[in-house]
Design a protein around this ligand. Structure first.
Ligand code: A2P
Length: 277
């Protein structure tokens, strides 16, 4: 067999990466880690397209990649990549992706983009991360990024989910950050004292219940955390959640006098839609 025939006989996935770890949190949520292409450079908070090969076309037998945008949940310095995903039983991609195991291959297009990056914000004193559901993912990256603590005195992360089990990924991540000696060496001793974590649920009993938007309107979040309401002079915000949430938070942030920024025009807050299948 000549070389060309050998290549044709062994089809490989384009941009394939190998899954190294999978963790399931609830019947709706899981996270996984995979190898990182040596050439992939990204800014913490950005997303890439990832996926699997789709089913063969019934007529041609050809398979096409099935790709979706996923925030990279690992920080830019990590040698592997981490993703946090919803599982939708009849979702085109996540109905398959939820079954991946270590050793399996996924497709990853190495073209990172996104607005939840430090470059899109003007300097400030306090940084707010507002997340619902899997919208926590880009903040899992930014919470492990040294620049977050170099640029801000305080980092406040709010995470609203329907049920308590959906907070586990975020809660475990915050806990691991607080106990990570390697991270303390990289970022600076005591860096984790800057983090204020504010998890809330809306459909299951937990210590703090309610949508974060309602808790901001009532002022409860500020009194609970012992901080002043947001102001354009001191506060910067990043938002990642479902569409309705993003729109509501945007209106609230504008009400506090913050303006939306972008990579090309840094300002006081930035927004991105969380991945939904
Ligand atoms: P709720 O249970 O009151 O709808 P989802 O799983 O549907 O993406 O929702 C994740 C979390 O975001 C839920 O706790 C949900 O609350 C909350 N949420 C949904 N829409 C909004 C919104 N417009 N403003 C604030 N929170 C929202």
């Amino acid at each position: 067999m000549n070389e060309t025939a050998a290549v044709k006989a062994t089809p490989t996935l384009p941009d394939a990466q190998t899954v190294t770890e999978v963790k399931h949190y609830t019947d709706r949520l899981f996270s996984f880690r995979c190898t990182r292409p040596a050439s992939l450079r990204f800014r913490s908070g950005e997303f890439v397209m990832i996926g699997l090969m789709g089913d063969p076309d019934p007529k041609t037998g050809k398979q096409k990649p099935l790709l979706r945008a996923y925030s990279i949940a690992s920080p830019s310095w990590d040698e592997e990549l981490e993703f946090y995903s919803i599982k939708v039983q009849d979702g085109p991609l996540t109905s398959k992706l939820q079954h991946i195991q270590p050793g399996d291959q996924i497709i990853l297009r190495p073209k990172p983009v996104g607005t939840l990056v430090h470059d899109a914000l003007l300097p400030g004193k306090r940084l707010w991360f507002f997340a619902t559901g899997t919208g926590f993912a880009p903040f899992a990256s930014l919470l492990r990024e040294p620049q977050t603590y170099e640029d801000y005195d305080e980092v406040i992360i709010t995470h609203t989910c329907r049920e308590v089990g959906e907070l586990t990924y975020g809660a475990e991540l915050i806990e691991s950050i607080r106990n990570d000696d390697m991270l303390a060496e990289l970022i600076g001793e005591g860096f984790a004292d800057k983090i204020k974590y504010y998890p809330t649920t809306t459909r299951e009993e937990s210590p703090k219940m309610g949508r974060i938007t309602d808790l901001m309107r009532s002022g409860e979040v500020f009194s609970d955390l012992g901080v002043a309401p947001l102001s354009p002079e001191t506060d910067r915000a990043m938002v990642c959640g479902n569409l309705a949430f993003n729109l509501d938070i945007k209106a609230l942030l504008e009400g506090y006098g913050l303006e939306e920024g972008a990579n090309s025009k840094p300002a006081q807050y930035v927004v991105e839609k969380a991945f939904l299948d």
